[in-house]
Write a protein that binds this ligand. Structure first.
Ligand SMILES: [Mn+2]
Length: 357
């Protein structure tokens, strides 16, 4: 296995004159090493890379990691810092300040007694441009989500609870090779569909409900994130109209995607359609975000002030919605890869007409 991303990070450390960086965030540790466990540490200098873990993970690390020095440590962060202290004389240390707890920060500061430099932003920037292998994994995560949705469509019935639907959906992820959901599955039926993030509850689905399902799964450490809203039995003309406005916003926003487009432009496009239909106040959240090893990551979340343009290799969501308080809501979300030529939609569950089950 090659470690191009780690090499880039090490080159950056050396350019910045940072002598070593201690990574604690399990997502970043996995990103650079391919390790699938957690609670481990990666210490890197411009030339060396040491993976530090405890006895639970040593044999797993030996199987999964290639080319890393593996050190066993049973004393948590204190032990890791002792190990660094004994083997390296550093003038400064890089740390992911956005994900280190205040307690850990103080421990590092006390033990190392050298300036602490934030490396989070550089790692975020590396992570937001996906390579071929990462793109394949996210495509597979999207495919599993699509297939699971096709399966659940045959099973949902009036009378089931939202939790029952979520449980079945999540079990399909695993049947299809995913390690599980990448965030708390949202199944929101009837009035609850007007809550943008109504996690599945014991509410029972009934005839005439719209049901919003927002779900995603992990495949080899990479995530998917998709939303579909469906109808149960018969739906009203009003429900269908709202669906069609959101669908138009979803499709037309996806259609503007290409390198150089900013989150603000995506947000403006989605809003132009929803606002002109008279629902400005009913679309309160962002229009989308980056995905990858985390469900929310670079290059950002799409809102008015997101001025950074997307680039080839970014994988992002587009997810407009309309929510009518105490009545119902609709959201339609897809995952899209930005390419050199334009874009590629990675989630392919049907959406062109409101699905009625
Ligand atoms: Mn999303």
């Amino acid at each position: 296995m090659e470690h191009k991303k780690l090499k880039k990070f090490q080159n950056w450390l050396s350019e910045k004159g940072i002598e070593g960086a201690l990574l604690l965030n399990p997502v970043n540790v996995s990103y650079f090493t391919g390790f699938s466990g957690d609670e481990s540490y990666l210490f890197v200098t411009p030339k060396e890379e040491i993976f530090i873990t405890d006895s639970r993970f040593v044999s797993q690390a030996k199987v999964e990691l290639n080319g890393f020095k593996i050190q066993q440590n049973q004393k948590g962060l204190d032990g890791v810092l002792n190990l660094i202290h004994e083997n390296f004389s550093l003038d400064d240390i890089g740390v992911e300040l956005t994900c280190v707890s205040a307690a850990d920060y103080l421990t590092i500061k006390k033990k190392i007694q050298r300036p602490i430099i934030d490396v989070s932003e550089e790692i975020d920037e590396l992570r937001q441009v996906k390579d071929e292998l990462e793109i394949e994994k996210i495509k597979k995560a999207c495919e599993i989500a699509d297939q699971s949705f096709a399966m659940i469509l045959k099973e949902i019935k009036a009378g089931m609870t939202e939790l029952e639907v979520a449980a079945r959906l999540e079990s399909h992820f695993k049947e299809l090779g995913s390690t599980g959901p990448s965030f708390e599955t949202i199944v929101a039926a009837g009035i609850r569909s007007s809550m943008p993030h109504g996690a599945a509850s014991s509410n029972r689905i009934k005839e005439g409900d719209l049901v919003t399902l927002d779900f995603g799964c992990y495949y080899e450490g990479y995530t998917s994130d998709i939303t579909r809203t469906i109808g149960v039995g018969s739906v009203s003309e009003g429900q269908r109209q709202i669906y069609n406005i959101v669908l138009k916003a979803n499709k037309e926003t996806i259609a503007i995607l290409r390198q150089g487009v900013t989150g603000a432009e995506m947000h403006e496009k989605a809003h132009s359609i929803i606002d002109s239909a008279g629902y400005k106040e009913n679309f309160g959240h962002g229009t989308g975000h980056g995905i990858g090893r985390s469900i929310h990551e670079g290059p950002g979340a799409w809102g008015k002030y997101q001025a950074e343009p997307v680039v080839s290799g970014n994988i992002i969501t587009i997810e407009p919605g309309i929510y009518l308080p105490d009545r119902f809501g609709v959201r339609i979300e897809d995952d899209v890869l930005i390419t050199d030529q334009g874009y590629e939609v990675l989630t392919n569950s049907p959406k062109d007409e409101l699905i009625i089950i």
